[in-house]
Design a binder for this molecule. Sequence first.
Ligand code: BES
Ligand code: ZN
Ligand code: ZN
Length: 496
Amino acid sequence: MKISFANPSKPKAGAVVVGVFDGRKLSKSASELDKSTKGAISKAIKASSFKGSKNHSLTIMTPTGTRLERILCVGMGKPESLDELAFENIGGRIYAQLNAQSEKAHVLIDEIDGCKLTPAEMAVHVGIGSRLGSYKFDKYKTKKKGHAKPVIKELSIQCVGSIKAKSDFAKQNKVVDGVFFTRDLVSEPSNVLYPKTLAAEAKSLSKLGVKVEILDKVKMQKLGMGSLLGVAQGSAHDPFLVVMRWDGAAKKDKPVAFVGKGVTFDTGGISLKPSAGMEEMKYDMGGSGVVIGLMKALAGRKAKVNAVGVVGLVENMPSGTAQRPGDIVKSMSGQTIEVLNTDAEGRLVLADALWYTKERFKPQYMIDLATLTGAIVMALSGEYAGLFSNDDKLAEDLANAGKVMDEKLWRMPMGKAYDRMIDSPAADMQNISSGKGGGSITAAQFLKRFVGTTKWAHLDIAGVTWEKKGTPTVPKGGSGYGVRLLDRFVADSIEK
Ligand code: BES
Ligand code: ZN
Ligand code: ZN
C-alpha cells in the first residue's frame, strides 16, 4: 500500500474517509461532503446507531451525486482525547475497514478545535497507524485468499501542510520498517530461522551503514563463553554472537547497548517442555529480533546516537550432546553456574552476551530484551512487559517512552533476598531459584550478576512478543513490541 500526502482537494473517485465527533458532530470536511451529496452523511447517521464515538464507524455506499465508491465515517470521540496514539489507532482502523473494499482511499483531515495536534501531525500518525495495521506474514501461503477482492493500493491523506507531513512521515516510517523486520523475524519458523540464518539477517543491515561482526563458535570458545556454548551444544546448528554498531554520534559519546536473547527454538533441552504449545517457542528469539529491528530503525532514520546491538543466537535442543541438569559451566566472567534446569537457558545465553558487551563497549546504558520467563506472563499477561533495573533514572525514562508509544512497562522489584535464592552449594550460582515463586525476579537477579556497575535494564518480553488478539496497529502474530519503545527512548533520552 502506498501512503501519500496531498493538500486538501475534492476527491472524485474511490473511497473517502471523514471524521465524525461525539454527538454526531461532523468534521469540516464531513459537512462539506454532506452538502455536496445532498445530505447523504447526515441522513445515514440519523438512520443508524452511529454517534461518532471512538472505535465506531459507518460506511455509506455509492452516495448520489458523486462517483465515489463509499464514504467511511470514522468515530473520533471527543476532540480533547485525540493524541498521537489515537490517530495511529484511527489509521489502523481505516486500513482494516477499507482493505478488501476499495483500491484507493482519500482521508480528509482538518484542523480540530480542542486538539493539540496540527493537521499535518494528525496525517503523519494516521499514515503510520495504517501502515502498522497493514502488516501481514503470509509468505508461506501458496494460495492467496480473497483474490476477487480489491486490495487497497493507495491511501492518500489530505491535509494542510502536506509537504511537511510527507517528510515527517518518511522519517517515522523508517521506524516502522524496523518494526516490520522484527515481526518478520519473529514469525519465521525455526526450520528456516536458526542461528546462522538469523545472523545473516542481521548482516543484511550493513547496507544501511550498520557495522556487523559475526563471532562463531571457535571465537566464543576462545573468549571463554562457556555459559552460552553449553546451551548450544545439543543442537546441530552452531551458535553465533552478532555485534551490530550504528555510529551516528560523535566518537567521544559512550554508546548505548542493546542485548537480545536469540534462542531460535527452545525445546527446553533435556528438561524438555511439554508438547502442547511448544511451537510458540519459535519466538524465543524475540529479544534478538527487537535488537535487530531497532538497529534497522536507528540506522534508517540516521539517529544521532552511538548504538551497539549484541545478540546471542543458539538453539536449545535435547540430544546426545546436550547439556545435562547438574552440569557446571564457566561463564566468560569467570563465574561458574550450576545448570539445574536446561529450560532456564535464556539467562545462560545473556550472561555471556551481557558480560562481553559491558567489557568491550563500556556502554553508558545496557538494556537487554528477552522472552525470559513464563512467570512474567503469569504476572502481567500481555499488557505490560516486565522492567528490571539497577538505575532509577533509566527505569523511569524507559517506562515513560513505553507509555508514549503504548508499549507499556511495569517495573518489578529486585533485591538481596531474591539474589540469595540463586546461590548454589556447588558453584557460584545456579540457573534456577531454590525458593518458591518470583521466577521473573530471580531470573533478573541472575542477569544482574553479569552487568557489574553498568547502568542496566532488563525487559522480560515473554508476554508481549506474540500478539494473540490483534489491535488496530498490531495484527495477530509477532508484535514487534520494543522497537518503537526503544527508538523513542533513544530519541527522548539520548539524542535530545
Ligand atoms: N523461553 C522460555 C520462557 C517463555 C515462556 C517465553 C513463555 C515465552 C513464553 C524460557 O526459556 C523458559 O523456559 N523459562 C522457564 C524457566 C524455569 C525453568 C525456571 C519458565 O519460565 O518456565
Ligand atoms: Zn527455556
Ligand atoms: Zn527460552
